[in-house]
Design a protein around this ligand. Structure first.
Ligand code: GLU
Length: 430
């Protein structure tokens, strides 16, 4: 029998866990977090690793490894995305689950934090293979997820279609009379499968809004401001779309395949059309030059939006950054060393747990609609999203001012204090 070479590659750890722990420790020290509560928040509640077989198109079987880490649920059901990427491992899932706990707490949502995914490169698999992988992963997760227990959503390399497969598989395992009450087991679904208007653009729109609020607070006019985006997936695209509509100019983009730049502007719509026709790659776009990946973050621009993976802005490239604002569309894109350099240089960072929280806020709206049997219009969703994000942004800005700290520390302080209050009120069982 001929065996296919496994499609998994060994990849270097990203160290996101040490970053999130550093951010947590820093804020916990400032607020003097109750030491017992600190012990609880420092570790994850549950960690599930599943190995499951899937038949490939050529008839062979491949065994995959999937993860779901549930960090904390003191504020409500676990919530967070599933990513399909070679860098997914237990430490990455832990770090990302923790960021979800801080994010939902900061946003004032009735959710805890979780994250997971599968260690694979989806570009190596056909659509029918990805469907079988997703369905079998859902089956392996079984009742460890659930509409009132743990609610997955899209993340890197997963989308509304992935969520529809999860929903259908999960519902199929329930007795007929219970199926429709499980609609909110995942969010980020296609509209026809119980999804919400606006959820597709919620994260990118949120990134744009936080930039807009920041600009208002600093009396900066976004018109003609140059911005660059790392990652031209769902978050990068929508953030660029809304910024362009506001008059800002996209001057550089980097994706998994390479980097392009044009100081006179790159049309967001044209680039999106090009990338869709080019297997998701920005390379070969006619209206821009191809540049070296290592020169990307040093491009002459006002705003940088990292909207891809963790630890992309490092002590190495931070020195070359000329922008004065970094809006973290991705989770954990700036490592601890880079942050120190950037803050010293006076660069403002809108932290991930605030900047990209529009996604999970949009998920919350979808979950509420499913739970209550309601269908909201796009305008209503966008207005509610704006209101919620404005509240969060204002709270973070005020806390930063009062406590004389940067925005990330302020965001963590708010998130941690809300969790501390819950534990103090409820106590520890038994
Ligand atoms: N994956 C997104 C995030 O990192 C969305 C999570 C959700 O909607 O549950 O925030």
């Amino acid at each position: 029998m001929v065996t296919k070479t496994p499609k998994k590659k060994k990849v270097l750890k990203q160290g996101m866990l040490s970053n999130v722990m550093h951010q947590f420790d820093n804020a916990a020290n400032i607020v003097g977090l109750n030491p017992n509560i600190r012990k609880i928040l420092e570790v994850t509640n549950n960690e599930l690793v599943v190995h499951f077989p899937v038949r490939m198109d050529n008839g062979e079987v491949e065994v995959f490894t999937g993860y779901r880490v549930q960090h904390n649920n003191s504020l409500g059901p676990y919530k967070g995305g599933l990513r399909y990427h070679p860098t997914v491992d237990i430490d990455a899932a832990r770090a990302l689950a923790m960021w979800m706990t801080w994010k939902t707490s900061l946003a004032g949502l009735p959710y805890g934090g979780a994250k997971g995914g599968i260690q694979l490169d989806p570009a190596q698999y056909s659509n029918p293979e990805l469907e079988r992988i997703t369905r079998r992963f859902t089956y392996a997760l079984g009742d460890n997820i659930g509409p009132e227990l743990d609610i997955p959503a899209p993340d890197v390399n997963t989308n509304a279609q992935t969520m529809a497969w999860i929903l259908d598989t999960y519902m199929s395992t329930k007795p007929p009379a219970e199926r429709s009450m499980n609609m909110h087991v995942v969010t980020g679904k296609p509209i026809g499968a119980g999804g919400s208007e606006g959820r597709d653009r919620a994260t990118g729109y949120g990134v744009f809004l936080t930039i807009k609020f920041w600009a208002e607070s600093k009396q900066v006019d976004l018109k003609d401001k140059k911005f660059i985006v790392q990652g031209f997936g769902n978050v990068g695209y929508w953030a660029a779309y809304f910024l362009e509509r506001e008059g800002a100019v996209l001057t550089g983009v980097q994706d998994a395949y390479g980097s392009i730049a044009n100081e006179h502007g790159i049309s967001v719509e044209k680039l999106s059309e090009h990338s869709q026709a080019n297997k998701g790659s920005i390379l070969g776009f006619g209206d821009a030059q191809s540049i070296d990946n290592t020169d990307f973050f040093g491009l002459d621009c006002d705003i940088i939006i990292p909207a891809a993976l963790g630890n992309q802005i490092t002590a190495e490239n931070a020195k070359r950054i000329r922008a004065y604002l970094i809006a973290e569309g991705a989770n954990g894109p700036t490592d601890v060393g880079a942050e120190e350099i950037l803050l010293k240089k006076g660069v403002n960072i809108i932290p991930d747990i605030l900047c990209n929280s529009g996604g999970v806020i949009g998920s919350y709206f979808e979950w509420l609609q499913n739970r209550n049997g309601e269908i909201w219009q796009l305008e209503e969703v966008m207005q509610k999203l704006e209101k919620k994000l404005r509240e969060s942004f204002t709270k973070v800005s005020e806390t930063a001012k009062d406590r004389k700290v940067d925005m990330r520390t302020a965001a963590f302080i708010i998130a941690i204090e809300r969790l501390e209050e819950t534990y103090l009120q409820r106590g520890i069982f038994p």
